[in-house]
Design a protein around this ligand. Structure first.
Ligand code: ADP
Length: 638
């Protein structure tokens, strides 16, 4: 068995691999860039090696540095996770050449599946159905256009070297073909250094169905059933589940058998995924599901398969790499219940899903019984989402007896998880799960684009939230207590015969004076959760996963960019270019505290009143997201 393992990755997948390694009694070595010096995967590993600057191409993508780190720490094996070097055949070869165990597909399998056209040909030879289309060497534009005309529109032009949803163009009419071809080739040449394309029939009502397979060095191949990853945004998966809704046992059997044939065709060893595209216009039918591509690595969405099969896929990867046979026979593998995963991203749906980086001043990820709820994350409260890497905060995974329960559980989990002040797609995820289309199991890859704005939470808080927030402030003022748990519920809250009062509140986008009349009566139909923001006299209320920030305000209102309670917030995302005070300093009203560079302009943030600097949360060079508390000023006694 392997005794020590280097994880050539970061974030949640590095942490997830360390978890399993630890259970197997394997010593773990993390690698990290400058930006990740304090990262969770580094804290979790037994040992960690610095491999360079923050940019991935100078650290996580440099094979030599990773192999040197393995040598230096005496690690026997390297697990690449997903992304980065996981499907780099040259790196896999270099690892083996250095006398280390590569926990991944063989270089020859990676190469065989690396180009879409070669992979499709291989699959056709193995009797695996592939999407109808043109695969030939002849790349002459006239010839390609003639092929597209013959296939019939719409067609999809795909870069043979493409990946990650890049290098694809849908063409709806013959007249548009040439322009689309040109732009696709341009993108392919600049992104992949190879401008060759293939053409496929564009599948209308497409669903993305993939099969998890495993092969070992003893010639065995098994499948672990399918996942449905049809809920996508711009060809990127958003929510994944297993099994696929509406999959009949017969169709499943045919599909999984085709996946096993595909794996056998390349003598596959380790974990792999065969991706298929289904024309679901009349439900899932075996004769309308075609091979799309093979991913020769562990997938982001592997946990849903783990949940329904009870198998730890990383453990299998490690055992197989060590030469053991696959730990289970096909007949022993069964589907139990239903699992769904949602990818919680630090991105803002309201601004076209722009990444929202910065410190996670608050981070709460719902914890429930492990048999039903699972969180995979690479960050904790206080960590930062860095602009250098994929801005995923966590994967939220549920496992329930049936699909409807799993959806309910995941909505609950999302609504009870939050990050602040970094913006997330939680509200968007919640709405996707809430849609009739998703609930009925009838989602195609175009769903999000078609649904558009209806999936984006409103920036303004619902009116009843202002009321709930006012009650919350009043209740706290009465008891002068800070909650001992992060959550307070307002379900059915009643204020009987309370005297008329009003509360000044700074809420999303505005400040309001909210009158509270005696006997405010709220029925159980709505339930609002409040969570305090650490270090701030403010709290969040949630609506379908979307947080709305409220803070007590003074009637006279605060200065620009500053809350009336002395918390100086970043008015927009930016970089701190100067800090003019230190913690403990006395400051006068109007005195410059911090200068922020944002939108190519400098913004000076000043003290709202005379007082002392109670907290200084940034330093020169800090990247901050909108709403980050930069400085907290305690007001001087009058
Ligand atoms: P990549 O390697 O860039 O991920 P894929 O070939 O896996 O590209 O395709 C990515 C996504 O594009 C699929 O999940 C599916 O949503 C869509 N897609 C791919 N091929 C077709 C097709 N022939 N018709 C319609 N949609 C397609």
């Amino acid at each position: 068995m392997i005794e020590s393992l280097l994880i050539a990755n970061r974030g949640e997948i590095a942490c997830r691999i360390i978890d399993t390694a630890r259970e197997l009694g394997i010593r773990t070595v993390a690698v990290y860039s400058d930006a990740d010096a304090q990262a969770r995967h580094v804290r979790m590993a037994d040992e960690a090696v610095h491999i360079g600057p923050s940019a991935a191409r100078e650290s996580y993508l440099v094979g030599e540095k990773i192999i040197a780190a393995a040598k230096q720490t005496g690690a026997q094996a390297i697990h690449p996770g997903y992304g980065f070097l996981s499907e780099n055949a040259d790196f896999a070869q270099a690892v083996a050449d250095a006398g280390l165990i590569w926990i991944g597909a063989t270089p020859s399998s990676i190469r065989a599946m690396g180009l879409k056209d070669a992979a499709k040909k291989l699959m056709q030879d193995a009797g695996v159905p592939t999407t109808p289309g043109y695969l030939g060497e002849n790349q002459d534009p006239d010839h390609l256009k003639a092929q597209a005309d013959e296939i019939g529109y719409p067609v999809l032009i795909k870069a043979v070297a493409g990946g990650g949803g890049k290098g694809m163009r849908r063409v709806d009419a013959s007249g548009d073909f040439r322009d689309a071809l040109e732009s696709c080739k341009r993108e392919a040449a600049s992104s992949f250094g190879d401008d060759r394309v293939l053409i496929e029939k564009y599948i209308l009502s497409p669903r993305h169905i993939e099969v998890q397979i495993f092969g070992d060095t003893h010639g065995n191949v098994v499948h672990l059933f399918e996942r449905d990853c049809s809920l996508q945004r711009r060809h990127q998966k958003v929510i994944e589940e297993a099994p696929a809704p509406g999959m009949s046992p017969e169709t499943r059997e045919e599909l999984c058998a085709a996946a096993v044939r595909a794996a056998k065709a390349v003598d596959y060893v380790g974990a792999g995924t065969i991706e298929f595209i289904a024309d679901a216009s009349e439900g899932l039918r075996a004769d309308r599901i075609w091979f799309m591509e093979m991913n020769t690595r562990l997938q982001v969405e592997h946990p849903v398969t783990e949940e329904i099969t009870g198998v730890d896929l990383v453990e299998w990867q490690i055992r197989i790499a060590a030469g053991e046979p696959i730990p289970a026979k096909q007949e022993q593998l069964k589907i139990h219940g239903h699992a769904i995963e949602a990818r919680l991203y630090a991105e803002d749906p309201a601004t076209g899903f722009l990444p929202s980086t910065g410190k996670l001043a608050a981070l709460h990820l719902f914890e429930g019984p492990r048999t039903s709820f699972r969180v995979e994350t690479g960050v904790e409260q206080g960590d930062a989402v860095s602009p250098f890497y994929d801005p995923m905060i966590a994967k939220l995974i549920v496992h329930a007896e049936n699909r409807a329960d799993a959806i309910d559980d995941l909505q609950h989990m999302i609504n009870k998880s939050h990050a602040w002040p970094v913006k997330t797609n939680a509200g968007f995820l919640w709405r996707c799960l809430d849609s009739d289309a998703f609930r009925s199991g009838d989602v195609t890859t175009g769903f999000i684009a078609d649904a558009g704005e209806t999936l984006i939470p409103a920036p303004e808080a619902p009116d009843e939230f202002w009321h709930a927030a006012a009650l919350h402030v009043m209740e706290r003022a009465d008891t002068l207590e800070v909650e001992t748990t992060p959550w307070t519920s307002f379900s059915g809250f009643r204020l009987n015969a309370a005297p008329r009062r009003e509360v000044a509140l700074a809420g999303p986008g505005e400040t309001r004076i909210v009158p509270i009349t005696g006997g405010g009566d709220y029925d159980d139909a709505w339930l609002i959760e409040a969570s305090r923001i650490p270090g701030e006299e403010a709290f969040l209320l949630f609506d379908g996963g979307q947080p709305y920030r409220f803070a007590p305000a003074r009637h006279e209102g605060g200065a620009g960019g500053a809350a009336a309670d002395g918390a100086i917030l970043a008015p927009m995302p930016g970089k701190v270019i100067a800090v003019d005070v230190a913690a403990g300093d006395n400051v006068a009203a109007g005195q410059k505290l911090v200068t922020l560079e944002a939108m190519k302009m400098e913004h000076s943030l000043t003290a709202p009143f005379d007082g002392t600097v109670a907290e200084l949360n940034v330093e020169t060079g800090s990247q901050v997201s909108e709403g980050t508390v930069l400085v907290l000023v305690d007001k001087a006694e009058e």
